[in-house]
Ligand binder design. Structure first.
Ligand SMILES: CSCCC(=O)C(=O)COP(=O)(O)O
Ligand SMILES: [Mg+2]
Length: 227
């Protein structure tokens, strides 16, 4: 049965890696320390700080040490759920202030609009928090793209390189895994999705192939009916 829903990664797939590394991460590095100091007493932020202490194994870390840990995680691009949640909060300020505009490749915008109009349900799965996902598409250079999407998934559904995460997401979407086409620029994510029964297509925006998966350089080359 051909695919009926499309699940897409963000960084390197709908959006430039350079936007994440050269714009979003530096913004978080600059603004996260003040944000954490200002909001540490807030219940949701306090829960994320507790999760940082647990994940780092530093149960007694004071606030300044937790900030240091978070900055280290940004530098190593660690896909830690509490870091991603806090980054989403910090980026929200930047987007609302007009300092940030989400980058989405024009070919991705056009294809997502075409697929939506053609009856496909569109979903996002990224290591960025759901809040960060809503912001990149809701406050994008191409305007508010959020009406295109039926749902968002982040690492609270599990790591992106584990098949069980994709099985969980298919359950929530409410379709057999074989009716969902997953798009990503990372071969380990495509492998995990395929292991769970999803169809896969690799985005190799600089050319080349994602070994073992159909690969394209642009969304313009994807016909979801062919999967
Ligand atoms: C949701 S935009 C922020 C990007 C980000 O923090 C990230 O980790 C991107 O990971 P992805 O799974 O989209 O490659
Ligand atoms: Mg990616």
């Amino acid at each position: 049965m051909p695919s009926k829903a499309i699940l897409t990664d963000i960084e390197g797939t709908t959006s430039a890696v350079s936007f994440v590394f050269d714009v979003l991460f530096p913004y978080a590095r600059e603004h996260l320390p003040a944000f954490v100091r200002e909001h540490a007493g807030e219940e949701q932020v306090a829960a994320q700080l507790a999760a940082v202490r647990a994940e780092s194994g530093e149960a007694d870390a004071d606030l300044e040490r937790v900030i240091e840990i978070l900055l280290g995680w940004i530098a190593e691009d660690r896909k830690a759920t509490p870091l991603k949640a806090l980054q989403g909060r910090v980026w929200e300020r930047g987007y609302r202030a007009g300092q940030l505009k989400g980058h989405v490749y024009p070919d991705a915008v056009a294809a997502l609009q075409r697929w939506k109009a053609g009856g496909y349900d569109l979903y996002v799965y990224s290591s960025g928090s759901i809040q960060a996902q809503r912001l990149i598409f809701g406050c994008s250079e191409a305007g508010d793209l959020s009406p295109l999407f039926s749902g968002y998934f982040d690492t609270t559904s599990g790591p992106k390189r584990e098949a069980a995460s994709y099985a969980r997401i298919a359950e929530v979407i409410g379709r057999p895994a074989g009716e969902i086409l997953f798009l990503s620029d990372v071969v380990q994510e495509l492998d995990a999705a395929r292991e769970a029964g999803l169809r896969t297509c690799g985005l190799a925006r600089e050319g080349g192939v994602l070994v073992g998966h159909p690969s394209v350089a642009s969304f313009a080359a994807i016909d979801p009916a062919a999967f």
